[in-house]
Design a protein around this ligand. Sequence first.
Ligand SMILES: NC(=O)c1ccc[n+]([C@@H]2O[C@H](COP(=O)([O-])OP(=O)(O)OC[C@H]3O[C@@H](n4cnc5c(N)ncnc54)[C@H](O)[C@@H]3O)[C@@H](O)[C@H]2O)c1
Length: 463
Amino acid sequence: MNTDKKNIDDFINNNLEKKVVVVQGLGFVGAVMSLVCANALTEEYAVIGVDLPNKQSLEKINKINSGIFPLESSDPKIQLFYQNSLDKKNFYATYDEYAYSKADVIIVDINLDVQKISVNFGDLESYDVTLDPFKKAINSIALNCKEEVLILVETTVPPGTCKKVVYPIIKDVFDSRNFDIGKVSIGHSYERVMPGPNYIDSIQNFYRVYSGIDEMSSKKTEDFLKTIIKTDEYPLTKLHSTNSTEMAKVLENSFRAMNIAFVVEWSRFAEEAGVNFYEIIDAIRMRPTHKNIMYPGIGVGGYCLTKDPLLASWSRKNLFNGDGILKQSEMGVRINDKMPSYAISFLKANLLAQKIKLKNVALLGVSYRSDVGDTRYSPVENFYLQLQNFTEKIYLTDPYVKYWDEIQKEIILDFKKVLSKSLDSVIITTSHSEYRSSKILLDLLMNRLLLAYRLNVRLLYLY
Ligand SMILES: NC(=O)c1ccc[n+]([C@@H]2O[C@H](COP(=O)([O-])OP(=O)(O)OC[C@H]3O[C@@H](n4cnc5c(N)ncnc54)[C@H](O)[C@@H]3O)[C@@H](O)[C@H]2O)c1
């Protein structure tokens, strides 16, 4: 691979006077975090996004540099922020680690995956966490960065990672470069970004928790966050160690995953008892202290809730030699992973009871949640794979997904095109706003032509 040194140097020369922020990882978080930095509130930054030199990432890099933002989003601010960065010429993307040498701040927004082994569409047999790619990424920063840089880790990591993994790597490399480890700052501040209609606001106009490996790191992290987040309206929360902020992140997501698993279990009971669970939840929600009890859906998906409780449990065992695993949190993931299979059995039972045979079915929505184009670990995947066994033809549609990578299928963007086919059933699998506000869908429903499973779409019930 050729170097991109010249382009990086040109970019820096065209942005002299500006501090340089380098974002490592141009995925769902990093690409949008880059935009937020390029549109910082109280400072002018030159932003360089770095991703890996593989086919998929190079496509993203090329798009960013040629005027196309690589993520589909319903948030109009994304295009606005991207256009501003094009006008200001302060956002460049590259695969070249040389970029780290120019940075005043490096933000780590790469993935850190859990390897799950599952059978029978969602039975979690075992899992493991491999830190090697993450370590390699930190190493590439340490080898190239300046001595006085702020390295801000935003990746969701097993608690303990900044102190037990990041710091030792940087120290070793700094020693070999004759750099003073006392000069580098390492902060941790986790993302609460919500891809969807408020994508940008979920970073710029939202509460943040932060910490540093020492007081200087903590202060530098705070100063940096204040330049990109409206902290007068959304004050920052400082925690006293990186172990704490790292734990806060995985606890936050485990709490949500557990709430969902709890409701999933009860919804199974409600199915067995033949009662309308939605009616029950609505009744309970009248009580102010119980307003946030959740509705069940066809499953929990996405990159975070499906793995974060496992990252926490793995950390307890492997980084802190703790007293066992986080049993309940692991169980939550297990229950949630099975939800698409429960949905299939529920559907089958209802079809049988109503003597309906599915032939031509449309699935509305393949992404893991409403109004986003992210199909990673979408519950619709296992639902679709099992549905194939008892239908002749399945049409897939989603306004945010042109190509479903995991299944390797083209997706029809316009659901109205799908509804014009000869269908015997339509199943709402993702509660995109477009479907919720659709008059055509509502009419179909009223005429009872629709078989709708995604029951947390308020209007739709299975009958
Ligand atoms: N997606 C969300 O909604 C969300 C929300 C909050 C937190 N997070 C956390 O943020 C982190 C990133 O998530 P994401 O959804 O953006 O993941 P992603 O997979 O979309 O993006 C990660 C990117 O990092 C790149 N990458 C990996 N190793 C690299 C390296 N060594 N150098 C440069 N680039 C590298 C990958 O190629 C990829 O493009 C994860 O820890 C995730 O748990 C995600």
